[in-house]
Design a protein around this ligand. Structure first.
Ligand code: PFF
Length: 442
């Protein structure tokens, strides 16, 4: 018998768990920092509402309609062109997971560094050396990558309701409390309000830079987790009682709120201690530990922060892992345990070049990019929008409007038609723009 979520609330919490991850903390902070703060945030919100949300509704509708996996979802009555279309999302999910696990491993490594004190011994200038020393140290990054993957595999092998849903049910509320407490602490730091102003009071000049729009779109895709078949897959275990637009709204709102509150935890601290908000991807791993080290109580705060980062990454990894797993279980009738083992091993091997890309394989850069950055950029900038495009075109144009609207629980209403036309025109057009301009993303 096909597995199901235990309840609508359980499904929503698990889906928020998929959406909330490294993207909300590590990536949101550095992309916002690099793109001028508050003005970027406005463009980001527009991207979430006009592109991310319609696409999420489409993925959920498609998944629940098929009640199957991300490949089968494109097939019923769809003709040869669509028979393999779903693989784009499955491959994107596997590839993203391959390097996502590596960065999640860094977070886990920092949890231990913060707990044992190793992280805090470095002097102010030593944080970059600490980070580079770790990511370049022989096989060490591989160990942490493997640990995070093993944890995700363990939960996913427990199944939808007893594995994924159960863990998310207690972990996500805990993470929400932690991030709110961290933000409450950060905004009260002397000088912290400058960090609040940085993300909440717009600097309109940022709007004249085209890169801001592209980065906002890319961030919206990544942070919500659309385009990687995760929502198709999770909705494949959903029953008809759950309202899809409401679930999608809850997930998009929850994900956005989490990112903003995480920003309110990070930027005030960065400003209070004179860090550089535009430090890029190393913001969380170099700038922040340096900031924590100067704060009263920073050792505990730092530990809690990296725990939050690692745990948020774990719940997203579970969703990415479930995408190929459900394909193997559903289409090839493998047992869940076997499917999880096969997929996690494959993902682990695929992630080895990324894990070693700043150390043993540092001379193997392609086009000047370390391997991890290469996989990150090709998946985020190309595969992911492509898979999103496939989904938008399928639901928007290939399904009959009445079928699409009914499956999305919108019916032939005004809102329903707005959704459909966003999906038909705005979403594909914007994705094509991203694809054409993908080199300008970073
Ligand atoms: N949305 C997750 C994050 O913000 O970290 C990352 C992610 C999860 C991307 C699941 C894609 C996905 F399918």
């Amino acid at each position: 018998m096909r597995e199901h979520w235990g309840s609508t609330a359980g499904f929503i919490v698990a889906t928020i768990g998929a959406a909330v991850g490294l993207g909300n903390i590590w990536r949101f902070a550095y992309v916002t920092g690099e793109n001028g703060g508050a003005a970027f945030l406005l463009v980001y919100l527009a991207c979430v509402a006009l592109i991310g949300l319609p696409l999420m509704i489409a993925e959920l509708a498609l998944g629940r309609r098929a009640s199957a996996d991300a490949v089968t979802a494109f097939q019923p009555g769809a003709g040869p062109l669509w028979r393999h279309a779903g693989w784009a999302g499955v491959v994107a999910a596997g590839l993203i997971l391959s390097y996502y696990a590596v960065i999640a491993g860094w977070a886990l490594r920092y949890v231990f560094g913060a707990a044992t004190g190793g992280l805090w011994q470095a002097d102010a200038a030593g944080y970059a050396a600490y980070f580079e020393g770790f990511i370049g140290h022989g096989m060490e990054p591989v160990l942490w990558q493997a640990a995070m993957l093993a944890a995700a595999a363990l939960v996913v092998s427990g199944g939808i309701k007893d594995g994924i849903e159960r863990l998310n049910r207690w972990l996500m509320p805990l993470l929400a409390v932690i991030v709110v407490l961290l933000a409450a602490f950060a905004v009260t730091l002397p000088g912290g309000m400058r960090g609040v102003a940085f993300i909440l009071s717009p600097d309109w000049s940022a709007l004249s830079r085209p890169a801001v729009y592209l980065n906002a779109l890319g961030q919206a895709f990544f942070s919500l987790g659309v385009g990687m078949a995760v929502f198709i897959t999770y909705a494949g275990y959903l029953d008809r009682r759950t309202s899809i637009p409401r679930a999608a709204l809850a997930v998009a709102a929850g994900d956005t709120a989490f990112a903003i509150v995480a920003g309110l935890a990070i930027f005030p601290a960065v400003f209070a201690f004179g860090g550089d908000p535009a430090a890029g991807p190393k913001l969380a791993f170099i700038t922040l530990p340096q900031v924590f080290a100067q704060m009263t109580g920073g050792i505990v705060i730092g530990l809690v922060f990296f725990l939050l980062l690692a745990a948020a990454a774990l719940t997203s990894m579970m969703s990415l892992l479930e995408v190929p797993v459900s394909v193997l279980v559903h289409r090839w009738q493998l047992s869940r345990a076997r499917a999880v083992t096969i997929v996690s091993l494959a993902v682990f091997l695929a992630g080895l070049p990324s894990a070693l890309s700043y150390g043993l394989l540092r001379h193997w850069s392609i086009g000047g990019l370390p391997l991890l950055d290469l996989v990150d950029q090709t998946t985020s900038n190309i595969l992911l929008p492509l898979a999103g495009l496939v989904c938008a075109v399928f639901v928007g144009w290939r399904l009959k409007p009445v079928v699409a609207l009914t499956n999305a629980d919108l019916g032939m209403t005004g809102v329903g038609w707005i959704w459909l036309w966003l999906l038909r025109i705005v979403v594909p057009a914007t994705i094509v723009v991203i694809l054409l301009r993908s080199s300008a993303w970073r």
